[in-house]
Design a protein around this ligand. Structure first.
Ligand code: GUN
Length: 296
């Protein structure tokens, strides 16, 4: 493989060390420790693993965290009541509802119920609306992590063609909006399940971001030589190993840079959640937002 490996795990560690200092400084200045409440409903095994990683990372940087684990029989009313309590709790600056929720729950109504000032996942309509309006408050963690990974590896997307495969509200759509912000200035194409010739579009891209959740979807002949390939996919193989949406070895022979799975985008998502939680605490205690991270 000739491509440079984009090491998200290492970068997340570096950024978390920086964040520890910022959290300590904030707590010294205000007497407030940033706090994150995580909500996990039902038997969501990958969700439980992710939430544990998020809590470990909180502990590492000095953010307090609480886990609210609810049974799969939880009703919409019970979950809304918990969110109302967390919305009103002064020690809780960020609220994270791990998705997906059990099918009987109305996910959109739950996301909408998180008060916008605590929406550290950036999934709510106010966060997404502000981003679409070009004045982001909380940026969704995975796309924000992708931008940091590019920026801190010296990959400038100004004027470049970025092809995103996947249009979810969690990754594809907010990533497209972030790449269009002034300062990022990319030219963006979003492909999805009804796109006619995905390969023709990805082949014309300088950067390809895969976020569809289909193992090995992106083949070497879908990538132009020298392109940068970012793999947001997390797919569990029958032998229980994790793999992304990219046919890693052959694509790595064509690309100039590529993210591994695991150890690429995943750790960056956690890191950006911590960053958003510190921002939320700043906003809520009136300390004002910190300088936003340079996007690209
Ligand atoms: N499910 C998959 N990714 C995420 C994420 O970033 N945040 C939450 N809350 N749920 C998810």
């Amino acid at each position: 493989m000739s491509a440079k490996l984009l090491d998200g795990k290492g970068l997340a560690q570096t950024m978390q060390a920086e964040l520890s200092g910022q959290v300590a400084e904030f707590s010294r200045a205000t007497g407030v420790r940033p706090g994150l409440a995580a909500v996990l409903v039902g038997d969501n095994h990958p969700g439980r693993v992710y939430v544990r990683k998020k809590q470990e990372a909180c502990a590492q940087v000095g953010i307090e965290s609480w886990l609210h684990e609810l049974p799969s029989s939880t009703t919409q009313g019970e979950l809304l009541a918990l969110i109302a309590r967390l919305n009103a709790a002064p020690a809780v600056h960020g609220i994270l509802v791990q998705l997906p929720l059990p099918r009987h729950l109305d996910e959109a109504a739950i996301v909408d119920a998180v008060t916008p000032l605590k929406d550290v996942d950036g999934f709510g309509p106010v966060s997404l609306g502000l981003l679409a309006a070009g004045r982001p408050r909380f940026r969704a963690c995975t796309p924000y992590g992708v931008l940091q990974l590019l920026q801190r590896n010296g990959i400038d997307v100004t004027g470049k063609h970025v092809a995103i495969v996947g249009r979810s509200n969690i990754v594809g759509k907010p990533l497209a909006l972030m790449l269009l912000l002034k300062g990022a200035d990319a030219t963006v194409t979003v492909c999805h399940s009804r796109t006619r010739d995905v390969g023709a579009i990805t082949r014309s891209a300088d950067v390809v971001v895969m976020a569809i959740g289909q193992a090995n979807y992106l083949k070497a002949d879908m990538v132009q030589p020298g392109a940068v390939v970012i793999d947001v996919g997390m797919n569990r193989l029958p032998d229980r190993r994790w793999t992304g949406d990219v046919d890693f070895e052959p694509v790595g022979a064509v690309a100039s840079a590529i993210t591994p799975v695991p150890g690429g985008v995943g750790p960056m998502t956690v890191c950006m959640l911590l960053y958003n939680t510190l921002q939320a605490a700043r906003l809520q205690v009136g300390a004002g937002p910190a300088e936003p991270l340079k996007q690209i």
